[in-house]
Write a protein that binds this ligand. Structure first.
Ligand code: GLA
Length: 429
């Protein structure tokens, strides 16, 4: 029913709503002329499945340029990323040259973006892809470029004129009011200001809230117009490590936060455990020491189980075969993009082995089993432990081996390497 309502208010359905309204009026006997009928402004449903794309920060940081963005767009097409569903190309921080003191308009760094942002967005669009840009709710961005505070409407209008389809909005250089002063309300108000400004442009723009989690953006993100909200601090190119002021967290630490927030995610508004580090191999602008192939595959598996936005963060112009095999795995991507829009949750945890379940459309279920340990081992879990109906018979498909697997009745079994995550789709027979 919810799905139906959403459809009714989406895209070109304002017309449909108009008809319904007229019919209701007729049923009640009140013959209202059509011209008196209230027309709901056409709104567009955005991000009904988690956004998929690429962001410049992890691989290029302050060295992002129009050359990189154009070549990335080309690589989306030639490597098959576009066909696999990746479509947003987002320029992160440090694209800005400054803010014009007369017009108040932001302008890009003239050396790295000599043709301007509009021409660049046009190029990205010409490849059938979507274009995204970055700003900040404070006076300065995290990279100390001009932020949008006080310029929300001007900047949103400019981004829309340039052809932006996605805006990532950071939270550096914003005052910390302290929890006793409802700091989260101040954050929500700043995000609302940009959310309103983006909506007022009339252009459908996916709004990515990047507050990192301390002010609970999952509680207010959707209300202020957000389509995704970061749940963690920046994820580095590493398996695990908690946050300290100097460095990024490992992706395992980000999973642990996101896992508690499943109930806040759904079509139109997603928890965002940050970008993918797959394929960086310790060569990125962000550091961390790198991960091995199994660990990178685990990030992909878990991001898909968590219905997380899949924003790639490596240099996709130069992907090796391992990176390609992970990022282009359509079977695992289909779990992320499943139209039911449910985030997965943990059903089992013992001695470093964890299992997760994500309900899928068609009564199917995705099950992931992850080994946090540094040793290998075999694990067999019963349907009961996986919270599956014990009387249902499932066929089991391994999304990394791309083949059906046989298991003892009522069980899922896996030989696990260290830090491996295996993912299965279970279809009732
Ligand atoms: C913050 C964000 C990152 C990135 C940088 C850019 O750290 O969390 O994702 O956008 O700023 O300065």
């Amino acid at each position: 029913m919810k799905g139906l309502l959403r459809k009714l208010f989406s895209g070109c359905t304002a017309f449909l709503f108009l008809l319904m309204f007229t019919e209701c009026a007729n049923n009640s006997g009140e013959k209202k002329p059509v011209e008196q009928t209230v027309v709901i402004p056409v709104t567009q449903d955005l991000a009904l499945t988690p956004p998929m794309g690429w962001n410049s920060w992890n691989p290029f940081g302050e060295n992002v340029s129009e050359k990189v963005i154009k070549e990335t767009a080309d690589a989306f097409v030639s490597s098959g990323l576009k066909d696999a569903g990746f479509n947003f190309i987002v320029i992160d921080d440090i694209w800005q040259g400054g803010r014009d003191s007369t017009t108040g308009l932001l302008y890009p760094d003239p050396k790295r973006f000599p043709s301007g942002i509009k021409a660049l967005a046009d190029y990205v669009h010409s490849k059938g892809l979507k274009f995204g840009i970055y700003s900040d709710a404070g006076t300065l961005t995290c990279g100390e470029r001009p932020g949008s505070y006080g310029y929300e409407e001007k900047d949103a209008k400019l981004f829309a004129e340039w052809g932006a389809d996605y805006v990532k909005y950071d939270y550096c250089h914003c005052p910390d009011y302290g929890s006793e002063n409802n700091d989260y309300k101040m954050a929500a108000a700043r995000y609302q200001a940009m959310g309103n400004a983006l909506k007022a442009t009339g252009r459908p723009i996916v709004y990515s809230i990047c507050e990192w989690g301390p002010r609970g953006p999952w509680l207010w993100g959707k209300e202020v117009g957000g389509n995704l909200w970061r749940t963690s601090y920046d994820v580095g190119d590493k398996w695990d490590s908690p946050r300290n002021e100097e460095s990024e967290i490992g992706f395992l630490a980000s999973i642990d936060v996101d896992l508690n927030l499943a109930r806040f995610a759904g079509p139109g508004g997603w928890n965002d455990p940050d970008m993918l580090v797959i394929g960086l191999n310790n060569t990125g602008f962000i550091k961390g020491g790198g991960c091995n192939a199994i660990e990178y595959r685990t990030q992909m598996s878990m991001w898909c189980m968590l219905a997380a936005p899949l924003m790639m963060g490596c240099d996709v112009r130069n992907m090796n075969d391992v990176t390609k095999s992970i990022l282009l795995n359509k079977d695992v991507i289909a779990i992320d993009q499943d139209t039911l829009g449910k985030q997965g949750f943990r059903v089992y945890r013992l001695d470093g082995i964890e299992a997760f379940k994500k309900p899928l459309s068609g009564n199917r279920v995705a099950i992931a089993i992850m080994n946090r340990n540094s040793n290998a081992g075999k694990i067999t879990l019963s349907y009961k432990e996986l919270e599956l109906g014990k009387d249902t018979k499932y066929s089991i498909y391994d999304v990394w081996k791309h083949s059906a697997v046989s298991a003892p009745a009522g069980m899922v079994s896996a030989e696990m390497k260290s830090h491996e995550c295996q993912v299965f789709i279970l279809t009732p027979q």
